[in-house]
Design a protein around this ligand. Structure first.
Ligand SMILES: C[S@@+](CC[C@H](N)C(=O)[O-])C[C@H]1O[C@@H](n2cnc3c(N)ncnc32)[C@H](O)[C@@H]1O
Length: 444
């Protein structure tokens, strides 16, 4: 001990030294001796708390960290570590409080902001979690863990197709054209707000009122921000709910006279457009409400080409036959065909068309006879989406080389085997849907 140095400081210095050199049990002894001399020593309590936690004794860790916090209430690191331990033992609300306190003490504490984001996700508040990860990254843009957490949280809430979808000018224009005809003076319901774009288009077109709903909380929070930023907060009412949970009198004043929606999956049905429309028709719309789009269809052509076969079938290579792996092959694969070389092998044909103004939709199964327009090896059917917004406005995402950004993929339906076709030869296909998914294959 240096002359004049007090015994507590000397013990602490030795303890910290041992701790840093990895001699944890010696360090723990010295920290305990420190506490024996000064029972409210913050550093010793904190370090012993961390050691207890690392050794699996979270209960002791909480007690020790609590003493550290009481001894030094202005220390953000102690609060943050307390939050980590509380989170680990499932005390999520208290953990959130500890992280919030750490951030109140030190607004630039990136680790605490990241930890807060993580506990907010566990507490079921993705919008606040995403905000917290952004906060961590604003302080430290290269904070890998916060970036990964943000990537995952955004992917869970908002699939990346939202972005090219918003930039799909033909799609937006087709909806805007139909809304310009249908919305003026009418009450509009928009199912699936996303960014709020369609609801704002309806409002700007002169709707007497617009209600929109969004079932993903983080997306709803962004829609609210977008709608407010564009000055439509008065005209557009947003409910952060699934459409099936909307109620007249709470979310809508009266039944809507126009329904606009864009909840179409690449394979048309899997975002549950049909059950959603049945529910809306029954509970939320006037009997003669206009539906935008009024018709949706899955359209396709026979497809072949080496790049397509490579996506769907295991090859032979250098004398190795990999075909047994085909048991795991994708029967249905979403990809962008716009710039993927491939051979259309038939005229376009409609696989299924849906009159969206109907009250009820039933599962269907049909056979289709399609004639090959070219000879060659055919691997399956390529499918895209066609929407008739109203009698005049139509949109489709048929594969085209000059396609701009759009959110939908094309869907490849794989045949059980590659077939050789001669031009003019007929192929019999079997198509079916169960209201929420659609498939097409060779009929035999
Ligand atoms: C394809 S995006 C369209 C967004 C926006 N309407 C547009 O066209 O730019 C569909 C959005 O609807 C939401 N959604 C899907 N089904 C819904 C439902 N039944 N009720 C509320 N939101 C729904 C999804 O979470 C997603 O954000």
């Amino acid at each position: 001990m240096d002359d004049g140095e007090d015994p507590v400081s000397a013990l602490l210095a030795r303890a910290v030294g041992r701790y840093r050199s990895g001699e944890i049990s010696l360090a723990a002894d010295l920290f305990r001796q420190t506490l024996a001399l000064e029972s409210f020593n913050a550093v010793a309590s904190h370090q012993l708390g961390l050691i207890a936690f690392a050794q699996g004794d979270a209960g002791a860790a909480v007690g020790l960290l609590q003493r550290a916090v009481e001894a030094d209430p202005g220390n953000a690191e102690y609060r943050n570590n307390m939050g980590v331990v509380l989170d680990a033992i499932g005390e999520r609300v208290s953990a959130r409080g500890a992280f919030e306190r750490a951030l109140a003490l030190d607004a630039s504490f990136a680790q605490a902001a990241n930890n807060l984001g993580s506990v907010l996700e566990k507490l079921g508040d993705p919008p606040a979690a995403i905000e917290s990860y952004h906060r961590a990254l604003a302080v430290d843009p290269a904070f890998v863990e916060a970036r990964d957490n943000l990537v995952l949280a955004c992917a869970k809430s908002a699939p990346p197709w939202h972005f090219p979808m918003m930039s799909d000018r033909p799609r937006n224009a087709a909806y805007a054209a139909a809304l310009a005809r249908a919305a003026p003076g009418r009450r509009v319901l928009d199912i699936g707000a996303g960014s709020g774009l369609l609801a704002m288009i309806a409002a700007r077109a002169g709707a007497s009122g617009v209600t929109t709903c969004e079932m993903v909380p983080a997306v709803a929070a962004r829609a609210a921000a977008v709608i407010a930023a564009n000055g439509f907060a008065e005209q557009v009412k947003l409910s952060a709910r699934r459409s099936t949970e909307l109620e007249i009198g709470r979310d809508l004043e009266q039944r809507a006279e126009v329904l606009v929606t864009e909840i179409f999956a690449s394979g048309v049905l899997s975002e549950e457009i049909l059950p959603t429309l049945e529910d809306a028709r029954e509970r939320l719309l006037t009997p003669d409400a206009a539906i935008i789009p009024r018709r949706a269809a899955a359209v396709g052509y026979l497809i072949g080409g080496p790049a397509i076969e490579a996506q769907l079938f295991a090859p032979s290579w250098a004398g190795f036959d990999l075909a047994p792996f085909d048991q795991l092959a994708p029967l249905k694969l979403g990809l962008h065909l716009d710039r993927l070389p491939h051979q259309p092998m038939s005229e376009d044909f409609e696989i299924f068309g849906f009159d969206l103004t109907q009250d009820r939709f039933t599962a269907e199964r049909r056979t289709l006879t399609v004639r090959a327009t070219t000879s060659g090896r055919c691997a399956g059917v390529a499918q895209w989406l066609r929407l008739d917004l109203d009698a005049e406005a139509r949109y489709d995402n048929r594969p085209r080389r000059d396609a701009g950004p759009n959110g939908w993929m094309h869907v490849l339906y794989r045949f059980p085997r590659v077939i050789d076709l001669a031009a003019g030869e007929a192929v019999e296909l079997l198509a079916s849907h169960n209201r929420t998914a659609l498939t097409v294959t060779l009929s035999h």
